[in-house]
Ligand binder design. Sequence first.
Ligand code: GLY
Length: 402
Amino acid sequence: MKLRSLLLIVPLTIVHLHGVAQQKNTFKPQKALLTTIQKNLADADAQYKVMAGLLKPDQFPKAFHPKDGKMETSNSGWWCSGFYPGTLLELYEQTHDKTLLTEADRILAALAKEQFNTHTHDLGFMMYCSFGNANRLNPNPEYKQILLNSAKSLSTRFNPVTGTIKSWDSKPTDYLVIIDNMMNLELLFWATKVTGDSSYYKIAVTHANNTIKNHYRPDYSSYHVVNYDANTGAVKQKKTAQGYANESAWARGQAWGLYGFTLMYRETKDKKYLDQANNIAKFILNNPNLPADKIPYWDFNAPNIPGALRDASAGSIMASALLELCRYTDKADGQNYFNTAQTIIKSLSSPTYKSAPGTNGGFLLQHSVGHFPAGTEIDVPLTYADYYFVEAMTRYKAFAAK
Ligand code: GLY
């Protein structure tokens, strides 16, 4: 079934994905910020039409390089390929602009083959942010089958000896798991809900438990990479790939963990995940290196703070996660999380971060850092910064509907 059939579903609900029914707390959004958000969403709608015009068939946006005006693209196998269709769909839900829906339909067709990709742990990002949103807006058997095949492909990467899903294929003696992998578990919970097969749920819970055990330091900051012995399950090494140093706190990794353990609590109601998410939030929010505008430096321990680059993507992910976590926790912490998310949205809405109309390859936000140590995607717009910013704004709006 084509997404175009969505055109028949009007008006669409503004109640957003995930967790609304489980809310405990509610907080009062600011009228001025709600107005800013409406403008941001309209601007994003226009920007994504600019972006669509820059893409050849089968090209997925990856980054834009403002210095030379070049769009960087990928094929469907890149870990970020789901964010472009996901953002189009979330924007369509807000603006009802059918052009975005038509573009989402086009790019989903190019993405669908990744359902059978067993060489990446990123299928949650790739398929749940895209087809998950498509199926949420317009449930149909075709999307459901694609999502189930994706969950099956992801499950093939689980090793019961390490109790984790393998993130990156590497040397046969390595078994590399990265903190980002927490984000891919949502697809597995969805698969258990739809099929009744608890094996997906069990994989997600086992992976999350071992991540608490092996990825986290006593201060609730996270290592980026843990290398296991696949034969014994022993941890061989804890290190970084995208952060400043093995013992540093790479900002986006902290954000992935915050979001990941918040979703673990949503899906299981196990308080240990709520405690983990709260402790991660405290590490981030109380960190002396978190700037006043709450957009983190690319690494909390980057050597040249305050001259270090900021990572808007980590800010977007944190804002979206905090706007869910604030519903579940006690009222005082919840208010703090809500206020912090509010500050992040305001910061990202300012010209410092938000692109001027028609610029920046159609991306909504500027100034993210992809892989600093590799020298790639440094201080550029990135698809996931936009995706989680749109999600955060949508979640903020939902508080006004209470
Ligand atoms: N590996 C995903 C990220 O860069 O956050």
